[in-house]
Each structure stands twice: as C-alpha cells, then as structure tokens.
Design a protein around this ligand. Structure first.
Ligand code: HEC
Length: 119
C-alpha cells in the first residue's frame, strides 16, 4: 500500500512539474492541441459538440494559461482575455444557453495573437 501511495505521489509531482515547467512550451502545446485547425476542440466546444470531459480539459488548459505571463504584451490584457475564456468554459460546463457564443467571442485568435504572440 505504501508503495502504491509513493508511486502515486511521484506521478502527481511529475505532472505538476511538467505543467509548472516552461510556460512557453506549455502554451504552444495548448494552442496546438486545443486551438489549431477547423476541427479543434475549442471549435467543437463553440458548436456545443464537446463532451463534459473535453470541456473540463479545455478549462484546465485555460486555468494553466491564467498562471502564465504572456510572451509579449501586457499582463492585464492577458488576464482579461484568459478570464473570459475561463468564464465561457464555466458556462459551457454548466450548460448555460449561449455559452458557445461566449466562447467563440472569447477565443478571438487574431486579437490575442496580435497583442501577445511573438513574431
Ligand atoms: C488568450 C490569447 C490567445 C488566444 C485567444 C489564442 N491564442 Fe494562439 N497563441 C497565443 C500566444 C501568446 C501564442 C504564442 C505562444 C508562444 O510562442 O509561446 C500563440 C500561438 C499559437 C499557435 C502556434 C503554436 C506554436 O507551435 O508555436 C497556434 C497554431 C495558435 N496559437 C492557434 C490559435 C488559434 C487557432 C486560436 C483561435 C481559435 C488561438 N490560437 C487563440 C495566444 C492566444
């Protein structure tokens, strides 16, 4: 039993470290895994086709983004954009009508890239 516990603890540490590591790499990963392409998870969520698990994953990614400094641009603007993403995924998770539209508005690729994506 103790062995199982310590393995579990090591695994938790590992996952924690992977997330706490280089925010830049994690951010690129989030973009690739959840945003990139017409059939991305976020597009599915906007259309109301994402499962509860998928919405939870998206929300977790946005909570990770909330702990980051943007690569470029102001922190206040970043925080506002990420807060809107979190609010929209919360609404989706709660099944609030119009949540997909709120997410669509919040996940404005161009606007955020213009402010915060390095060239
Ligand atoms: C809240 C801000 C924000 C929003 C919204 C956002 N992005 Fe990004 N995205 C970034 C930042 C910042 C980077 C630069 C990451 C880096 O280089 O560290 C980036 C980088 C990327 C990359 C390049 C990843 C790589 O491998 O370098 C892709 C692809 C991308 N975004 C797709 C999208 C798409 C598609 C959307 C809209 C559906 C979107 N993003 C919405 C902030 C955002």
């Amino acid at each position: 039993m103790r062995r199982v516990m310590s393995v579990a603890i090591v695994m938790i540490l590992f996952v924690g470290l992977a997330y706490a590591g280089d925010g830049h790499e994690l951010l690129e990963k989030i973009m690739k895994d959840y945003h990139k392409g017409k059939t991305s998870l976020v597009q599915k969520a906007v259309k109301g086709e994402a499962s509860k698990e998928e919405i939870a994953k998206l929300s977790e990614a946005y909570h990770q983004m909330a702990k980051m400094k943007p690569p470029v641009g102001g922190q206040a603007d970043w925080d506002k954009r990420v807060a809107a993403l979190i609010a929209a995924t919360d609404q989706l998770a709660a099944g609030t009508p119009g949540a997909g539209g709120a997410l669509k508005k919040a996940v404005n690729c161009k606007a955020c890239h213009k402010e915060h994506k390095p060239d």
